[in-house]
Each structure stands twice: as C-alpha cells, then as structure tokens.
Design a binder for this molecule. Structure first.
Ligand SMILES: Nc1ncnc2c1ncn2[C@@H]1O[C@H](COP(=O)(O)OP(=O)(O)OP(=O)(O)O)[C@@H](O)[C@H]1O
Length: 219
C-alpha cells in the first residue's frame, strides 16, 4: 500500500458542538483519486476542508465559489496559482503589467481549458462556466502533489467536464473531488466515498460500483 497522507480515526468532523460527520474513519493514500458523493448538505465540502487542513505537500484548490478576483483578468487569476513561488515585488510588477514570460507560462493552461482569446478579459465579465474553467486553469497552473476540488465541473457540459477531469487526473498524482455527476465520478475515481446521514455509507473502489450501487446515497 502507498503512503497514507491523511488519517481520520473515529473523529467528529464539523463545527464546535455541531458535528457533520460523526466517528469518521478514513485514510487517504498517495495516488488515490477519491471522489466524494452525497446529497446536498451531506457533508462533502466539510470533509474536503478537513482533508485540506491535514494534507501535506503542495496542494491546488478549486473551491465551490471558484475564489476568483472579479476585476482581474483571466491571465492574472490563473497566474495567482503560483503567487507564493515569487517575491512580492515581482508579483506587483506582473500585476501592473503582465510580463511576457508569465503570459507564456499561463497561456497553455488557459488554452487547455478552452479559454484562448479570453486572457485579458476581466473574470467578472465571463459566464459561470468560463469562470469555473478559469479556476480549473489556476489549479492546473499551480500543480502540486494533490488537487482538492469542490464540484469543479458543475457549471460546464458533461463532455467538457469529462475533458477537464481528465486534465486534472493527468496533472495530479492525488485527487479529492466532490462531484454530483455519478457517471463522471465512476469514470474518474479510483475510490468513491458516499456520505449520508452524517456517516460514510459507501467506501469502495470505483471499479466495484455502478450507478445502481450509488443510488442509496440519494434515496
Ligand atoms: N459554517 C458552517 N457552520 C455550521 N454549519 C455549517 C457551516 N457550513 C455548512 N454547515 C452545515 O454542514 C452540513 C454539511 O454541509 P456541506 O457544505 O459540507 O455539504 P455538501 O455535501 O458539500 O453540500 P452541497 O452539495 O450543497 O455543497 C450542512 O448541514 C450545512 O448546513
């Protein structure tokens, strides 16, 4: 078995006095593609943030609200994925006027998510799906040991979503994603954790599961 990255051993996860998941047992290993499923409010975001708090190494995040800066361009938002790799004077310089080398660095990931031509467009002038793709490009640009994504392809169509999930699996060794699309989950995950009624109802290799096997999560 590969290295254990995060371990929960019978813990309550949630807010003080308000556990969302009680007595959670879960171990995340390097190289896993873990997809969290469950109805709205089941605790997927809560578990993602608990995993994020403990995950070692360089992590790329795709938050549910995208976490973009509206008045800034697509280039700047993507480039912010590597803000902590540079000194602040350099960052300020690129913020005032994007440097050719930084544009050359972000252009390929912007193209990968299908946003070529939108590099200079302020994010606030984009559609919901285009914003989501910008957040995805930022994670791809950041790179790292793992990516955590909260509904990272919810605003794009299934074909585009499948291509974007493939881009993530190609870029990161370890993935933890909350998804609502069960077919996408089965196609992407090595392991599926299904949450229901404050507990883990399903924890199994994706290859052993089917759409039918997932339906009790949504009853
Ligand atoms: N800041 C908070 N303080 C207290 N309770 C919260 C807070 N945020 C969420 N909750 C509660 O925690 C539970 C789980 O929410 P969570 O956002 O983890 O669910 P989810 O499965 O990600 O839902 P969705 O699919 O709608 O995003 C819900 O009952 C929610 O009301």
């Amino acid at each position: 078995m590969t290295e254990a990255l995060v371990r929960f051993e019978g813990e309550d996860i949630g807010w003080p006095g308000q556990p969302v998941l009680s007595g959670l047992h879960l171990t995340l290993h390097a190289g896993e593609r873990l997809v969290l499923l469950g109805r709205s409010g089941a605790g997927k975001s809560t578990l993602l943030s608990a995993i994020r708090d403990r995950l070692p190494g360089r992590i790329a995040l795709i938050p549910q609200d995208h976490g973009l800066v509206g008045p800034l361009s697509v280039h700047h938002n993507v480039w912010m994925g590597r803000l902590d790799d540079h000194r602040s004077a350099y960052n300020l310089l690129n913020l005032v006027r994007p440097l050719a080398r930084e544009r050359a660095a972000t252009d390929p990931v912007i193209a990968e998510v299908g946003l070529s031509g939108f590099e200079r467009r302020p994010v606030e002038a984009l559609s919901g799906g285009q914003r989501q793709r910008t957040a995805l490009a930022r994670a791809l640009f950041r790179g790292g040991d793992a990516v955590l994504g909260d509904e990272p392809v919810s605003a794009v169509d299934p074909v585009q979503g499948a291509a974007l999930l493939e881009a993530l699996t190609g870029r990161f060794q370890t993935l933890v994603l909350a998804l609502h699309d069960r077919e996408a989950a089965l196609a992407t995950a090595t392991r599926i954790v299904g949450l229901k009624d404050g507990a883990v109802l399903i924890d199994a290799p994706a290859r052993d599961l089917s759409l039918e096997a997932l339906s009790p999560l949504y009853d």
